[in-house]
Design a protein. Structure first.
Length: 195
């Protein structure tokens, strides 16, 4: 099966813009594909569009490098951003479809999820889950993390906890001070108005 999105040159000219656009200061370009439009396309159309956008992105990257090499200004550099935005929208539409299909078949989304976890120093962070080729316990980086626990690490965590406690105390002290000042100003106002 051969797949072509345009003329088949089978040489490096495919990586360059149309020769009639060479030396132009401005090249006409369209707008990025919107998600609403992409949702109406079939999977085969999205697959074909992905390769068209990929080919366009490669061409723009080659032209950008060539203009840089020749010390020239690339016409309409925003074309690259439009292609990237279209590719991102296409990926989001495909992810929506995959998520909907998985929820229909399995009742839940099995893909990456945001979970609460702990970083190397034991602080709470949010992480995106990912697939693992090896079991988590056999992970070499986990063994390296164990080596990271030393007196310096414990001291760093102690200092961090102390800094958080100091900030919390300082914040509470400021709140008490501002509430007292508000009450005193209110009392001063009442004593001045009664006198």
């Amino acid at each position: 099966m051969s797949f072509h999105t345009g003329k088949c040159h089978r040489n490096l000219i495919d990586f360059f813009d149309d020769p009639k656009n060479w030396g132009e200061t401005s090249v006409a370009s369209g707008r990025p594909w919107r998600m609403e439009e992409l949702r109406l396309k079939s999977n085969a159309d999205l697959h074909e569009l992905w390769y068209i956008l990929l080919k366009e992105r490669n061409m723009l990257m080659t032209m950008e490098e060539e203009h840089y090499r020749c010390l020239e200004r690339m016409p309409n550099p925003e074309r690259f951003e439009k292609v990237e935005e279209s590719m991102e929208n296409l990926l989001l539409v495909i992810e929506e479809r995959n998520r909907a299909e998985a929820e229909l078949e399995n009742g839940e989304w099995i893909g990456p999820q945001v979970v609460d976890s702990l970083d190397v120093l034991g602080r709470p962070v949010k992480k995106l889950t990912s697939e693992h080729e090896e079991p988590r316990c056999a992970d070499r980086s986990a063994q390296a993390d164990e080596l990271m626990w030393s007196e310096k690490t414990v001291e760093l965590l102690r200092l961090e906890r102390e800094r958080r406690a100091t900030r919390r105390r300082e914040h509470q002290r400021r709140e008490r001070y501002t509430s007292r000042m508000a009450r005193w100003q209110k009392l001063d106002y009442l004593s001045e108005s009664s006198g």
